[in-house]
Design a protein around this ligand. Structure first.
Ligand code: SF4
Length: 356
C-alpha cells in the first residue's frame, strides 16, 4: 500500500495523467501532502506566481424558474420568495454601476422562465450590447439554453448561433454535479449530464468558451465527485473550451435540502487539490471565496488554485441561503498579496489588464 501511494505521488510530481481510481485514493491523503501536490501540479501548468481576479457583476434578471431545484434557495416560491423580473432600465443601471467601478464583465442569469423565448434572450443581449458595446457578456447557462431550445422547438445550434451573433461572449458552465443519479434527486427538471455535454459540444462548434463548476456536498459519494471530474476532463479533452474549474460547496439553508450537514473546509481544499491534479487540461482553478469565505480561498491559492474569480458586485443566489461574503478590488489585492503572489486584474479571456 505504501509502495502504491509513493508511486502515485511520483506520477503526480512528474505531471503524468492520473486515472479516476487514483484520484479517488487522493481523498484519503493527508491534506498538507495533498495540497503540496496540488501546488506542484499548478506550477507545471501555470508557473507564474500570480493570481487573477475580474471585476464583474451578476445581474439576476429574474428569479422565476420552472425547474424549482431542491438545492436552490434563489427561485421564486409561493408564500416564501417573491417573484421578480428586472426591467431594461434596472439592468442598465446595474451595468452602469459596474462600469463606474472599472468592471468589464456581466453575467446575466435567471432561471428557466416559462414565458421566455429565444427572442426574449436575444432582446436582452442586443439591448445591453447596443448601450454598452465594450461590456463582455459571460451569461446565461447550459440549462437556460436547453430550456429555450426545448420550449421553442429551435435546435440548440441555432439558439447558440443567434445568441453569439447578438453579442453573447461566453456561457458559464453551471455544471452542478454531473451524475444523473444525484441530479434526479436534487434537480430533476433541469438538464441531464448528456445534455450538458451536448451544450459544451455546441459551444465548441461555435468557437465559444465556457467553464466547469462543481457543487458538492449534496449527499453524493466520493466516487460521484470523481465521476463529475471525469466527465469534465473528457469534455475538455474533446473541446478545450473550459477556461476554468470552479468548485463550491452546497449551502443548505433556505433550500428544500436544509437537513444536509454542510461540507467542511478540509473537504473543499481536497477538492481544489484533486481537481488541479486530475484536470490536467484546465489552466485555471478558481478559489471559491463566495461560498467558502475569503480566508479559506487564500489557502486554496497555495493548494492548486490560481484565480480568485470575480469581485461579483451584488451576488444574490448564494446570498439567498444566508451566506453573505462580500469583497472589493482592494481587499482582493490584499488577500492575494498576502499569499506572496502577484495580484492581477484580468479580462474574461484571462488576459492581464493590470498588475498590482
Ligand atoms: S438552480 Fe437554477 S434551474 Fe434550479 S431552481 Fe435555481 S434558478 Fe432554477
Amino acid at each position: 500500500m505504501e509502495y502504491k501511494s509513493d508511486s502515485l505521488k511520483q506520477k503526480i510530481i512528474s505531471g503524468e495523467r492520473i486515472s479516476p481510481l487514483e484520484a479517488r485514493q487522493l481523498f484519503e491523503m493527508d491534506i498538507i501532502e495533498l495540497g503540496y501536490l496540488g501546488d506542484m501540479r499548478r506550477k507545471l501548468v501555470f508557473p507564474q506566481e500570480q493570481v487573477g481576479f475580474i471585476i464583474d457583476r451578476i445581474v439576476n434578471y429574474s428569479n422565476i424558474c420552472q425547474a424549482a431545484c431542491n438545492f436552490c434557495a434563489f427561485h421564486a416560491r409561493a408564500n416564501r420568495i417573491e417573484a421578480y423580473e428586472l426591467s431594461s432600465d434596472e439592468i442598465f443601471a446595474k451595468i452602469e454601476a459596474l462600469l463606474a467601478a472599472g468592471g468589464t464583465q456581466v453575467m446575466l442569469q435567471g432561471g428557466l422562465h416559462p414565458d421566455h423565448t429565444l427572442d426574449t434572450y436575444l432582446g436582452m443581449v442586443k439591448k445591453v450590447k447596443k448601450r454598452f458595446p465594450d461590456v463582455y457578456l459571460h451569461s446565461f447557462s447550459p440549462a437556460e439554453l436547453v430550456h429555450i431550445s426545448q420550449k421553442t422547438g429551435i435546435d440548440l445550434n441555432s439558439v447558440v448561433s443567434a445568441l453569439k451573433d447578438a453579442g453573447l461572449g461566453s456561457v458559464p458552465g453551471a455544471s452542478d454535479l454531473l451524475v444523473d443519479e444525484i441530479r434526479s434527486k436534487v434537480s430533476n427538471r433541469k438538464l441531464t449530464t448528456d445534455e450538458w455535454c451536448e451544450v459544451m459540444d455546441c459551444l465548441h462548434a461555435h468557437q465559444m468558451k465556457s467553464s466547469a463548476t462543481m457543487t458538492y456536498g449534496m449527499g453524493e459519494t466520493l466516487d460521484d465527485r470523481i465521476e463529475h471530474l471525469r466527465v469534465i476532463r473528457e469534455v475538455q479533452d474533446r473541446t478545450g473550451i473550459l477556461r476554468a474549474f470552479i468548485p463550491w460547496s452546497f449551502s443548505p439553508p433556505m433550500t428544500r435540502m436544509e437537513d444536509i450537514v454542510p461540507a467542511t473546509g478540509i473537504e473543499y481544499l481536497k477538492i481544489v487539490a484533486i481537481g488541479r491534479i486530475f484536470l490536467d487540461n484546465i489552466t485555471y482553478i478558481q478559489a471559491g471565496w463566495l461560498t467558502e469565505g475569503l480566508k479559506l480561498a487564500q489557502l486554496a491559492l497555495i493548494m492548486g488554485a490560481n484565480d480568485m474569480g470575480g469581485v461579483l458586485m451584488e451576488e444574490v443566489v448564494v446570498k439567498a441561503t444566508g451566506i453573505e461574503t462580500k469583497t472589493n478590488r482592494d481587499e482582493m489585492i490584499s488577500l492575494i498579496s498576502n499569499t506572496g503572489k502577484t495580484p492581477v486584474q484580468r479580462d474574461s479571456d484571462y488576459r492581464v489588464i493590470r498588475s498590482f
